[in-house]
Ligand binder design. Structure first.
Ligand code: CMC
Length: 370
């Protein structure tokens, strides 16, 4: 029986069980399958975290080796999908490229309509493995650079950076990038994950669910915030201008991107780790100004609104320092979150119920067609 209480944005509504991650806003903690995310970021590879999200436990060395082999074998973008991406307008948003690429990959996938657990896992792995090629290709085509094919002698992150920049990244950069991938991988029933689950609940296919999730992630209230943070930093310029900028922005009721969260009200559990990663990058590149701006804006926002940064706040400037174009930041989020999305797709399918809420009608009363 429908209840009459309406929760706008489904805020606080418990929609289902999930064993994939636990967000605890009271303690600012986030666990993936029971492991604190900051410990995974410090001690596990992104490949191990992908395995953990899909299978429920960290891999043994044999299991990791098998997954690594499959991942490296699936890194190259099929020629037809590559050609389709190259046809897209140079001015379209890179998230449109991701969305289109996943849709195309689905249309070409021989197991597209097979939703057995084995096929779902194989498709999830292939999609995860190929996404770096999509993102790297897109940044390079926009820069007018030649496409760099994947290498199978490098780990996930090192290969991602190799394909994007055409040179081997230094270990400190690989480490920072890897940590960001781990931190972005999974976050319970956020908007894009819920979208993927809604689509899966109709018994639609995995690629459709991921395509829809990418659409949800694109928005600036969700994944698009990491790009918006970098734009904000560029708009402000230097730390000495941050407070005046903030006062004016708040006076004109602007949302400050990279701050606030639907679930965490006392601070995002992933921020301290990513802030430390940003600190390491700043040291590596010798560019300290960004931290002054970062800290000044954070402090001023805390004093004025009591609102804390979310993961996108340190991630935006970190990706900028690594050399990514700003409009590629949200596709980087996609590359990581594909692991969490597909884990949820598999979980939804394993105990499915069609997701179909109801609403309270508030349109005109019944009337006659003239
Ligand atoms: N800047 C200014 N004011 C804010 C902000 C912000 N970033 N976030 C919340 N507020 C204010 C909001 O205006 C409201 O004030 P009032 O009660 O006076 O109307 C109050 O705080 C409560 O905010 P809300 O919008 O009702 O909270 P919500 O749970 O619906 O929104 C949010 C969460 C993430 C959409 C929001 O904080 C926001 O728009 N943040 C900026 C965008 C952003 O950084 N998004 C990334 C989210 S985390 C990563 C991810 O999941 O992708």
């Amino acid at each position: 029986t429908p209840t009459s209480e309406i929760r706008k944005g489904l805020a606080g509504v418990v929609a289902d069980h999930s064993a994939i991650s636990k967000v605890n806003p009271e303690t600012n903690s986030l666990l993936y399958r029971g492991y604190p995310v900051q410990d995974l970021a410090a001690r596990a590879s992104f490949e191990e975290v992908a395995y953990l999200l899909w299978h429920g436990d960290l891999p043994t060395s044999d299991q990791l080796e098998e997954q690594t082999k499959a991942e490296r074998a699936a890194r190259a973008l099929p020629e037809n999908v590559k050609a389709a991406i190259l046809e897209l307008p140079a001015g379209c948003h890179p998230m449109d490229v991701c969305r289109t690429a996943v849709s195309q990959l689905g249309a070409h996938d021989p197991q597209a309509e097979d939703s057995s657990p084995e096929a779902e896992l194989a498709k999830a792995l292939r999609l995860w493995a190929v996404m770096p090629a999509v993102v790297a290709l897109d940044q390079r085509r926009r820069r007018g650079q030649e496409i760099v094919p994947p290498r199978d002698d490098l780990g996930y992150s090192a290969n991602f950076l190799w394909m994007t920049f055409g040179e081997e990244a230094e270990p400190a950069v690989v480490k920072a990038f890897e940590a960001s991938m781990v931190l972005y991988a999974e976050h319970s029933f956020n908007a894009s994950t819920f979208t993927a689950r809604v689509i899966t609940s109709t018994l639609s296919d995995l690629h459709s669910a991921v395509t829809g999730a990418i659409g949800a992630l694109k928005g600036p209230l969700h994944g698009g915030a990491n790009e918006a943070v970098q734009e904000t930093f560029e708009e402000i310029g230097t730390a000495d201008k941050a407070v005046a900028w903030l006062d004016e922005a708040l006076a004109s009721k602007r949302k400050i991107m990279g701050f606030g969260h639907r679930v965490y009200k006392k601070g995002d559990s992933r921020v301290p780790t990513m802030r430390a990663v940003l600190g390491d990058l700043v040291e590596h590149y010798g560019e300290t100004e960004v931290l002054d701006l970062y800290d000044t804006l954070e402090q001023a926002m805390g004093e004025r609104k009591g609102i804390k940064p979310n993961l996108d706040y340190p991630a935006g400037p970190a990706y900028h320092l690594m050399g990514f174009d700003t409009n590629i930041f949200t596709p980087l989020f996609v590359a990581s979150r594909i692991t969490g999305w597909t884990a949820h797709i598999m979980e939804q399918r394993a105990s499915n119920a069609l997701i179909r809420p109801v609403c309270e009608y508030n349109g005109p009363d019944e009337r006659q067609v003239p």
